[in-house]
Design a protein around this ligand. Structure first.
Ligand SMILES: Cc1cc2nc3c(=O)[nH]c(=O)nc-3n(C[C@H](O)[C@H](O)[C@H](O)COP(=O)(O)OP(=O)(O)OC[C@H]3O[C@@H](n4cnc5c(N)ncnc54)[C@H](O)[C@@H]3O)c2cc1C
Length: 804
């Protein structure tokens, strides 16, 4: 075994082998995979081998599409068989809500180039005759669905990697991973020590244990999972072609042909986590004991849906564990806080996602960034707050919801409340209905009187509609107060702080007492942040950005450290409120001795003043687009600050407002939001954030060359706003935009403007199509809705109120 390698990949399951292959594919051949037993010795060997493209996240779906298309390439490169069966698959719906969801998925697929189609019950019965279609409303057919041979596929990845120069050492157990002072990794195994520049944790079932070796906690957990294979079924073996996959969400099952019979697996409600306190090292090629009790109800349901199952016996039962992250997506990328330590774990659908995970990780390692927005599977999407105690109930919930309808406004209940601010009880008293963001309870809206304290999950306008309208009205006509805990906040200090900001941010760094908005760009020019930058002193700045991107941003800051500057994540230490609306200034004037008149405290000013008893940083800016102030203080002071603002606010018609109102208010001004309009999939030029880039500053900020090129050449697509003739359902995201009878764009977000009483969509469309008044159609839940491009903000179009 070699003693040095550029990369050591730990784990020879389908994911580790895919990473190894992709590293060689993109040019790194000095790569070594270490496997403690034979290849496929974790979850991989007992997988059912099914694959599909459908995923709620469009980028995940695209990577699943890549994975599936890769198998042919692997077969061609290696001459080995992956045992591919491209039989197609149908997800069936027996409720209107499920049918709505499938139609929404179908619509998204149009601009993703996926050829799915909605089938009637009769069509389902024809292509999938094992299905009893009584009570079925229809289904979504995906021709790319299929299954393969898990072991053959993993070995094909391994062979292709070896052909590219990789080495694989089996029966080689990694015992320790120690980072040396020069940043390289010492990988201690039972066959000797390897020094590696990078290590990849692809430890699958043992990823937690492998992570611990480096002091890394990876939020994932194994769950037991069972599928059964039946004896021969005449309906199946007498058919002239292979039976397609059938996903039956009501029965929480997936079914496919296996030889001359059928194979069916379940995501049962009485599910069971496995190896809660750690995966035993001796576990490997054994299965878990059959457990029919656990799936009794599921089987009973399946007998009705697929009557042929009841007529034959069970040939074999496969019961094994595999891992999930709290949201069911993989954990991929550079682990925050650990240089050159990469995660490729938590992959619950290795045969749908393994190729995409390998591709992403290899691009990230070799080129410095993946080619698309992979935040949905970025290991940095969970913060430092996450614990095994949180992960476990979330993983159970995720398993149980595997086939549930996913609503855009849904707030899942497990592991809550986790993090709360000092305002939690006060907000509850005021009727707050909470959501969770990055482990934090955030008020979505405030119910009043006998309104339910629970938002009904729905694709349509929900029961939060009236409360949201009330809160919007209060902001636009009086003053609203909203907690600003859910911003990521960073304190940047030191003699080189300004120089560092000039390099890391594309925008103009403000003078003392001023703030500016700025995009943060990757080298490729794509957006990796959308920041407010405030100058408190020549060597002291506050940055604010998305709360959920804390580890994502911190990782980037750490990767671009510079002497003479410290960056501290203070998101949970500095908190406060924003007040917004025409009476906001009156409230502020009454609670401070500082001069906050329009002349003394201008739009985009920042001041350090005392409010009531609290020492505060106040910024004159508001995402509501109204006259507004963001007021930050120490978390220990938050209640005192609240009392001061709230008591005075009552004289001026103050109401609390939540995230639902905020997202409606920002639509009035067409303000984009992080991960909707602004994400690593888009550039500043496409989304209009280029107006905040300072091309004049002399600094060679990251992404400058790409941004200049885009400026010179123009962007192919552009972000626009539409007024939509929606009925009871607004745009959420990714609905296709039809222009001149073809899909030419897609929505990034949307909603209802309570102020203007209009349904609004934001969308990316070809730049040459962007024109005021241009007509389009947006497909919402299977219905074509007329849309007209608008360019004048619905509120305060001349900015008089916001800046006045
Ligand atoms: C019953 C069942 C059915 C499934 N059906 C499907 C399906 O139809 N489709 C699908 O896509 N997925 C399915 N899965 C999930 C699939 O099995 C996993 O997504 C996939 O196997 C994950 O692969 P992996 O490489 O991440 O992990 P693993 O397969 O667990 O591989 C990890 C490897 O790392 C090695 N390793 C760990 N620690 C060390 C160490 N210290 N030193 C050296 N080596 C180490 C292990 O020996 C192991 O070989 C199913 C799972 C189960 C249990």
């Amino acid at each position: 075994m070699k003693t040095h390698a550029r990369v050591v990949v730990i784990g020879g399951g389908v994911v580790g082998c895919s990473v190894l292959y992709h590293l060689t594919k993109f040019g790194w051949s000095d790569v070594l995979l270490l496997e403690r037993s034979e290849l496929t010795s974790g979850s991989t060997w007992h997988a059912a081998g099914g694959f599909h493209t459908i995923n709620g996240d469009t980028n995940m779906a695209a990577l699943q599409g890549y994975t599936i298309r890769l198998y042919k390439e692997l077969e061609e490169i290696t001459g080995m068989s992956c045992g591919l069966h491209h039989v197609g698959g149908v997800t069936i719906a027996d409720t209107q809500e499920r049918m709505d969801m499938l139609k929404a998925e179908r619509a998204k697929h149009r601009h993703m180039g996926l050829d799915t189609e909605i089938l009637s019950p009769e069509e389902i019965a024809k292509i999938a005759p094992a299905t009893n279609v009584d009570g079925i409303l229809g289904g979504l057919y995906d021709p790319l669905d299929g299954h393969l041979d898990p072991s053959g596929t993993t070995h094909a990845y391994a062979r292709a990697a070896k052909m590219g120069g990789a080495e694989i050492e089996t029966h080689c157990m990694v015992k320790e991973t120690n980072q040396l002072p020069d940043g390289t990794w010492e990988v201690v195994t039972d066959k000797g020590t390897v020094i590696a520049e990078h290590i990849v944790n692809a430890g699958g079932l043992w990823a937690r244990e492998v992570g611990e070796m480096a002091g890394v906690y990876l939020p994932l957990h194994p769950m037991e999972h069972q599928y059964i294979v039946t004896d021969d079924i005449p309906l199946i073996y007498e058919a002239d072609k292979e039976h397609p996959h059938v996903m039956d969400p009501a029965g929480e099952s997936y079914l496919r042909q296996e030889g001359r019979g059928l194979c069916i697996g379940f995501y049962e409600q009485p599910c069971r986590p496995w190896a809660v306190d750690g995966t035993p090292w001796k576990f490997g090629h054994e299965l878990l004991p059959d457990d029919f009790d656990k799936i009794e109800d599921s089987i009973e349901f399946a007998y009705k849906r697929f009557p042929a199952l009841a007529e034959v016996g069970v040939k074999s039962v496969i019961h094994g564990p595999f891992t999930f992250a709290p949201d069911g997506n993989p954990l991929v990328g550079p682990v925050p806080g650990k240089k050159n330590y990469w995660s490729a774990c938590g992959v619950m659908a290795g045969f749908s996602q393994g190729g995409g995970v390998g591709l992403t990780l290899a691009q990230w390692m070799i080129e410095g960034e993946p080619e698309r927005d992979v935040f949905a599977m970025d290991v940095a999407r969970f913060g430092k707050w996450i614990t095994p105690g949180y992960t476990l109930p979330k993983v159970i919930e995720n398993y149980q919801n595997r086939f549930s309808v996913v609503y855009p406004n849904e707030e899942l209940p497990a592991a809550r409340p986790m993090n709360t601010t000092p305002m939690y009880d006060i907000q509850k008293e005021l009727g707050a209905v909470f959501g969770q963001q990055n482990g934090l309870e955030v008020a979505n809206y405030f119910a009043e009187g006998d309104e339910p304290r629970y938002e009904t999950p729905s694709f349509r306008r929900s029961n939060a509609f009236d409360a949201t309208a009330r809160e919007v009205k209060a902001v636009r006509e009086a003053v609203g107060i909203n907690e600003v805990q859910n911003f990521g906040k960073y304190d940047v200090k030191g003699p080189n702080a300004r120089a560092w900001l000039n390099k890391i941010m594309a925008g103009r760094v403000p003078k003392i007492g001023r703030l500016s908005l700025t995009p943060m760009l990757a080298h490729s020019g794509r957006l990796i942040g959308d920041f407010t930058m405030s100058c408190l002193a020549e060597d002291h700045f506050q940055l604010t950005a998305s709360y959920g991107a804390q580890d994502f941003h911190t990782r980037w800051f750490e990767q671009h450290e510079q002497d003479g500057v410290t960056v501290e994540n203070i998101s949970d230490r500095r908190t406060g409120f924003q007040i917004a609306g025409p009476n906001a200034r009156k409230v502020l004037e009454a609670v401070t001795r500082a001069d906050v008149s329009a002349e003394a405290f201008k739009f985009l000013d920042v001041k350090q003043i005392t409010i009531g008893m609290s020492s505060c940083i106040v910024q004159r800016v508001s995402y509501t687009g109204d006259l507004g102030y963001e007021i930050y203080t120490d978390a220990m002071n938050q209640r005192a600050l609240w009392n001061t603002l709230w008591i005075e606010g009552q004289k001026h018609g103050m109401k609390p407002f939540g995230m639902r109102a905020m997202m409606s208010l920002r639509l009035d001004k067409f303000f984009g939001s992080w991960l909707s309009e602004f994400s690593p999939d888009y550039t500043a030029g496409e989304t209009g954030l280029d107006r905040f880039i300072s091309f004049k500053k002399p600094d060679d900020f990251i992404g400058r060359a790409a941004a200049e090129k885009e400026k010179a050449e123009g962007s192919a697509r552009t972000l626009v706003a539409y007024e939509v003739e929606a009925k009871d359902c607004d745009v959420h995201a990714y609905e296709p935009v039809w222009i001149n009878g073809e899909v030419q764009g897609f929505c990034t977000s949307g909603g209802y403007s309570h102020y203007a009483q209009k349904s609004i969509a934001m969308a990316l469309i070809p730049a040459e199509q962007a024109r005021e008044g241009n007509e389009a159609e947006i497909e919402i839940l299977g219905h074509m809705r007329k849309a007209r491009q608008i360019v004048t903000p619905l509120f305060d179009a001349d900015g008089a109120r916001m800046r006045g």
